[in-house]
Design a protein. Structure first.
Lengths: 415, 336
């Protein structure tokens, strides 16, 4: 009986040790707050299916917070440093929830996340319950801000805005060039975002008065070749191909068009894989004249944008992606809120975010066109632009006030 | 040879102590640790469900996520569209999943599909349902279904974590109890005979087909209950989460690492993965992609080592330690 008691005690000790270990992180966060630091967490996919987006997002936030700390921290808080920590969601919503529970159990001031709509939907329930602001800089799912949450803020435009932009661009090009290309074929992946894009593209095609030939949604994880759909679109005389696709699929669409010698007037990508760094790298000259609606402004002449872009490209040897810009913009937005409210209290920060306005190009805020949240937590200034690949370089072409090059219309034929 | 029999009183005390500890655990856990425990129990329960089919009957199903997803979607759709409480929906989901399992089993048996083809067939069924769910607007396609955050115990929604903890713990205990009963009853012996040598079992008069269907139906029903729980706890389901292969992999790895065909093995394997994974995430080091990749490599290494050196799973290792301890006790007694 004595031995059993010993074993029981050992088990109990181990359990208590585990609990202490788990709670260690919480106490670390509390210590950080005491040491005049503002604790900020990001919940991002660093591994898993959407890791490439999360990694770039993390880089953006890290860059800006490091910059702020190097320049003396948050002045209104007596030079408080921003202590930024990222947790991996592994591209899984349940892991994201668990990580969210962990970060909000400490003295956290604000949370960023999650670069994956399902994870953001789940995490926002945790942050809402704890009354901590969740800033989402890159998820398009409309549901995120449609639940009446008070602590949910999204800086990026939603999918319908991006989808509308690419079709409005085509309309403007038709008008400016005296053409009348209006047969639209939608080709999207069957993810949440792809589905939103397909629905929005269908709606705006009809609203503008174009002819919708078909809406095709394919399984992104199993479809490796889109020649079949594209051949059909070619036969049906589709002039404008539009869609939201993963990086590999966006590349494949262009390659398949070339293979079947199909030259639509416009290949219009709607964010996603079309703005991924690997898109241009893989396609080279095949990407010429492709029009992409995005939150990205590749060569806009505003603030420190060019300087930031150069620095990024030197450091990482790749194009500066919109996910990095989103991360940097979100971090800058929080910095502005902290300076304004002079508080580490998450409720005060959330209150400040509700009324804060950050101009496009202010500091490191480069998501167009600035930020001001509406009552739902969506950014009412958020909008998309269209860029085109011309001579191997991305140039802003639409809307005209932010254009750095004249748009090419129709798209040049594949060589 | 000295035969060692576990004292029933000691066993009872051990279980009672463990039970009380688990019941009191929410008193010392914060929200995060509660979520870790709940998620850990959920995966452990799913491993227990899968273990019935694979561990006992030797049927290598790769489509159990289908039953999980069906459970989640049935109760959620019933609640959202018809106002039926998930307390009822959870059982309706179980019945629907059991129906699916019955149909799949009938088709598989009709065409005498066995071994690797059985695995592929079950996977194919799950893929078909995934494709349907992705394109079915009634269940909101890939966008998934979001449940609202509110406190409504009558509809299995709780703001606090502890009710979920007790529900999931209850399900896990129930799963273990069912496994225990199956193991001890005639059905358990039949299933093991089926697993070891199907033809020999048939010759010996075991109605293999009937028991294959039965165990698949029981397992599917149980798996579906966890699906409803997932929907109520995470408040969001989508085809990718519910019908994707990720959950099946977790069931498979947890069971294999812990010990297939045993009572506690799947729970052990699953909890080791869940809790140690969380412990690694909690290390006071800067979290970077490299660290995360290193974590994955450590896990893969553990898996390879278990497969090589402990083909029966971690449970056999614990058994070995226990036996060694008992032997040393006996030697000590003899010396005294």
């Amino acid at each position: 009986m004595g031995k059993m008691k010993k074993r029981t005690n050992a088990g109990l000790t181990l359990l208590i040790a585990l609990c202490i270990g788990f709670n260690f992180m919480g106490s670390l966060a509390a210590k950080a707050q005491a040491a005049n630091e503002v604790v900020v967490a990001a919940l991002l996919p660093l591994t898993g299916t959407v890791a490439s987006w999360g990694i770039r997002n993390d880089r953006g936030m890290r860059y800006v917070f490091d910059m702020i700390n190097a320049q003396g921290g948050v002045k209104s808080l007596g030079g408080a440093k921003i202590k930024y920590a990222v947790s991996d969601t592994e591209s899984k919503p349940e892991v994201a929830q668990s990580q969210a529970e962990k970060v909000v159990s400490g003295d956290i001031s604000c949370v960023f996340g999650c670069n994956q709509s399902p994870a953001t939907l789940v995490v926002s329930q945790v942050t809402e319950r704890k009354k901590v602001a969740l800033i989402c800089v890159s998820d398009f799912d409309p549901l995120i801000t449609e639940r009446g949450f008070q602590y949910m803020f999204r800086t990026t435009p939603i999918m319908k805005d991006l989808a509308k932009t690419v079709l409005v661009f085509a309309q403007a090009m038709n008008k400016a060039n005296g053409t009348n290309f209006k047969k639209v074929g939608v080709l999207c992946e069957d993810s949440i975002v792809g589905d939103s894009a397909a629905k929005a593209l269908e709606k705006y095609t009809k609203d503008i008065g174009y002819t919708l030939i078909d809406v095709v949604k394919y399984n992104a994880s199993t479809t490796k070749d889109l020649t079949g759909v594209l051949s059909r679109y070619k036969a049906q005389g589709v002039e404008l191909i539009v869609g939201h696709n993963k990086p590999a699929d966006a590349i494949q669409i262009v390659r398949n068009c070339k293979e079947i010698d199909y030259n639509p007037v416009m290949i219009g990508g709607v964010s996603g894989g079309w703005v991924a760094a690997e898109f241009l790298k893989n396609l080279g000259s095949l990407a010429e004249g492709i029009s992409i609606a995005s939150t990205e402004t590749p060569d806009v002449k505003i603030g420190k944008f060019a300087e930031l872009k150069k620095e990024y490209e030197t450091k990482y040897s790749e194009e500066m992606p919109s996910t990095f810009v989103g991360g940097a913009s979100g971090a800058w937005l929080l910095y502005r809120a902290l300076e304004r409210c002079a508080s580490k209290d998450p409720k005060v920060i959330a209150q400040t975010l509700r009324t804060l306005e950050v101009k496009y190009g202010d500091g490191y805020y480069f998501q167009q066109f600035g930020c001001k949240f509406d009552e739902k937590g969506d950014n009412q200034n958020a909008s998309a632009t269209v860029f085109q690949v011309q001579a191997g370089v991305k140039h802003n072409v639409f809307p005209p006030e932010y254009a750095t090059q004249k748009p090419v219309w129709p798209k040049p034929k594949f060589k | 040879m000295v035969q060692h029999v576990v004292h029933p009183k000691r066993q009872f005390l051990f279980i009672a102590f463990g039970g009380i500890l688990l019941l009191l655990l929410p008193l010392v856990l914060n929200d995060h640790l509660m979520t870790v425990a709940i998620t850990g129990f959920m995966w452990a329960y799913l491993c227990v469900c899968w273990n019935l089919v694979f561990g006992f009957a030797g049927q290598f199903s790769l489509g159990h996520m289908l039953f999980w997803g069906v459970g989640a979607y049935t109760s959620t759709v019933l609640f959202i569209n018809f106002g039926i409480t998930p307390w009822i929906g959870i059982f309706v989901g179980g019945l629907v999943a059991a129906g699916f399992a019955f149909l799949i089993s009938i088709i598989i048996l009709r065409y005498r599909i066995k071994g690797v083809y059985f695995a592929l067939m079950t996977l194919a069924f799950a893929e078909v349902v995934l494709g349907l769910a992705m394109n079915w607007d009634y269940i909101r396609g890939p966008a998934g279904i979001l449940l609202l955050l509110k406190n409504s115990p009558a509809n299995m929604f709780f703001i606090e974590r502890y009710p979920y903890y007790y529900i999931m713990l209850g399900l896990l205990v129930m799963g273990l109890w069912i496994t225990f009963l199956i193991k001890k009853k005639k059905i358990g012996y039949y299933l093991i005979a089926l697993r070891e040598d199907e033809e020999a079992a048939e010759v010996s008069g075991v109605p293999t087909s009937r028991y294959k269907i039965l165990i698949m139906v029981i397992s599917a029903f149980m798996t579906a209950l966890a699906g409803t729980f997932y929907a109520q706890f995470f408040l969001y389901i989508s085809p990718e989460i519910m019908f994707g292969f990720g959950s099946q992999m977790t069931m498979l790895i947890g069971t294999m690492v812990g010990g297939a065909g045993t009572l506690a093995g799947p729970v052990l394997g699953s909890l080791v993965f869940s809790f140690l994974g969380e412990l690694l995430r909690s290390l006071p080091i800067v979290h970077s992609r490299e660290i995360v990749t290193a974590e994955r490599m450590v896990w893969s290494l553990i898996l390879i080592l278990v497969i090589f050196y402990l083909p029966g799973g971690l449970i056999t290792w614990i058994g070995k330690i226990k036996n060694r301890f008992k032997r040393s006790q006996i030697i000590m007694k003899k010396e005294v």
